[in-house]
Design a protein around this ligand. Structure first.
Ligand SMILES: [Zn+2]
Length: 236
């Protein structure tokens, strides 16, 4: 368990817990590899585990028979997949898919439920994170309805970059199109604009972030609002 404990600092939500609660949680977690494309929870199916990413990213996606999976929120090492357990909800409405490989810690949902009874700090952190995710969902609805694809693409790239270990993101145009719920051609045009401004580079399915500041300026206000939302809930 000692190396898990060393890694705990890389999940910000765990790192922010009172020491006694974080240790109790870590003792009940197991390390897990987050592999691109793997499904960690399915919509309308009871949650088996909660996942605390240490690196990589998990998308929450909607899926139905008449459209491709649409990404509506993103979870990285700032949060947890399974925060709704603190709201006494164990059957998620959204699928959780790994969209950036990495590592994490997981705990059985039943164990976490028991732990929550005696862990007010953890309970509070999960509830606040569930609130942050609600904000992301609200932002995504606004963003998809009112903001141009170029701005939306910049926002998603920034969110992915925040949760990635490198400047290089393995994201094909088709994958980005599915994330944003638009045609591939729309992503190609938007990515081309960002490339011409020298904010990103793109080759063979790899997006390279060249200028974060430039991307922030190119993004809609949704990105900054999410950052502020998280900071308000999890200020030191
Ligand atoms: Zn937006």
């Amino acid at each position: 368990m000692s190396n898990i404990s060393l890694k705990s600092a890389s999940n910000k939500l765990i790192a922010g817990l009172p020491e006694v609660e974080s240790q109790r949680l870590l003792q009940r977690c197991e390390p897990v590899e987050l592999t691109f494309g793997s499904i960690l929870c399915e919509a309308q199916m009871p949650l088996q585990h909660a996942y605390f990413p240490l690196s990589g990213l998990i998308s929450l996606v909607t899926d139905s028979s008449d459209h491709k999976p649409l990404s509506v929120a993103m979870i990285g090492n700032e949060g947890v997949l399974g925060a709704t357990l603190a709201l006494d909800v164990s059957t998620p409405r959204l699928r959780g898919v790994v969209h950036g490989s990495g590592a994490g810690l997981r705990i059985k949902a039943s164990r976490l439920n028991r732990l929550l009874r005696d862990s007010p700090g953890l309970q509070s952190a999960l509830m606040r994170y569930a609130y942050v995710l609600m904000g992301q969902l609200q932002q995504t609805a606004t963003c998809n309805s009112f903001h141009e694809v170029e701005m939306r693409l910049a926002r998603w790239l920034l969110m992915a970059h925040d949760r990635a270990d490198s400047e290089q993101l393995p994201l094909t145009h088709q994958f980005l199109a599915n994330l944003l719920g638009v045609q591939r051609s729309a992503v190609t045009i938007a990515a081309g604009k960002l490339q011409r401004k020298e904010l990103i580079g793109y080759s063979r399915g790899q997006v390279r972030i060249l200028s974060r500041k430039g991307l922030e300026a190119a993004s809609c206000e949704c990105y900054g609002m999410q950052i502020r939302d998280y900071a308000l809930q999890f200020a030191d």
